[in-house]
Design a protein around this ligand. Sequence first.
Ligand code: GUN
Length: 284
Amino acid sequence: MTAKILDGKVMSAELKAEIARKTEELKKRGVTPGLAVILVGNDPASEIYVRNKGNGCEETGMLSRTIRMDGDTTQEALEAEIDRLNADSAIHGILVQLPLPKHLDEQAALARILPEKDVDGFHLINAGRLMTGNPGVTACTPKGALYMIKSTGVDLTGKEAVVIGRSNIVGKPMAMLLLQENCTVTICHSRTQNLAEHTRRADILVAAVGKAGFVTADMVKDGAIVIDVGINRVDGKVRGDVDFDAVKEKASWITPVPGGVGRMTIAMLLANTLEAAERTLSRD
Ligand code: GUN
């Protein structure tokens, strides 16, 4: 079997067009969705992500504000900036770009963001809402990955889903979303024994490992949907966690890297920002 490609470029362009249309409608009602991104230090990968987020806002007609803080910023200064943005009615979404420099307390910073402005879905309240099946803001990368999985039209109920990776940003929320879709979910990680025995059972396999080419064809079930969340830089090129060329001969659907899940992350961030702005109107 040769897999069909889940094209993040096409899907995210469609989503962004829809978001731009809804943003225009909201502006007519007097609200311009606004996203603030806080970048502490000058990590080169973070610089690229932050630039892409700003570009996404521009494409969809949203207000974008990037707050750059020195690498030696104190926790107090960071939280004071978050407080300012929490109180700013022009800002509907606040994102603190991760990772933060080591001396800063990431969890405390994320907890400082008002849950309704937490467009990353990383606040404990939003993580808890996802866990308990209550409406809240869902983390962008798993939300985008689920969108791609659902776009296949495959009925997910009762399917075996295996997620490799247990981060708060991807692995855990991804598992929760698949559970909500009635999949039987297994979370694997760096200490998992006999990993391939798990992955070979997967009808849906999500790789969020952070190692280029980690998922090889022998680890994949025939006809599986394979979602590659990895963004690894190898010899100046971006590669995913999946050995794409080999695995595409076994899977039914596969996401490429680049041009896959990464594109969807930004689209979902914009969607979360739009929804946060829409909520301010329904509260009035
Ligand atoms: N760093 C890598 N991915 C992300 C993300 O989705 N959100 C934030 N805030 N930082 C990240």
